[in-house]
Write a protein that binds this ligand. Structure first.
Ligand SMILES: [Zn+2]
Length: 82
């Protein structure tokens, strides 16, 4: 096994992949100037929203906990403009 094979085997580990995805998602969300979240209807549970601008994803839970900035969600939820 050469170095590259070793590396690809390591990054293929589910937990490594998960950590990497979370980091990438954070970067996307942080660099986006205006989130436009749309519900990902493919998922039945744990609603997942995808930003149409940065392609970053948030869950309902994450949204409330982190208070994701410059998103339209509040207006959508409460049915009124801020
Ligand atoms: Zn965004």
């Amino acid at each position: 096994m050469n170095g590259l094979e070793k590396l690809s085997k390591l990054s293929a580990k589910p937990e490594m992949q998960k950590i990497w995805e979370i980091q990438e998602n954070k970067k996307k969300l942080n660099s986006c100037s205006f989130h436009e979240f749309k519900l990902n209807s493919d998922r039945q549970f744990n609603n997942l929203y995808i930003c149409q601008n940065c392609k970053g994803t948030v869950t309902e839970k994450l949204w409330y906990e982190q208070g994701i900035a410059h998103a339209q969600k509040k207006e959508v939820l409460h049915g009124k403009k801020a």
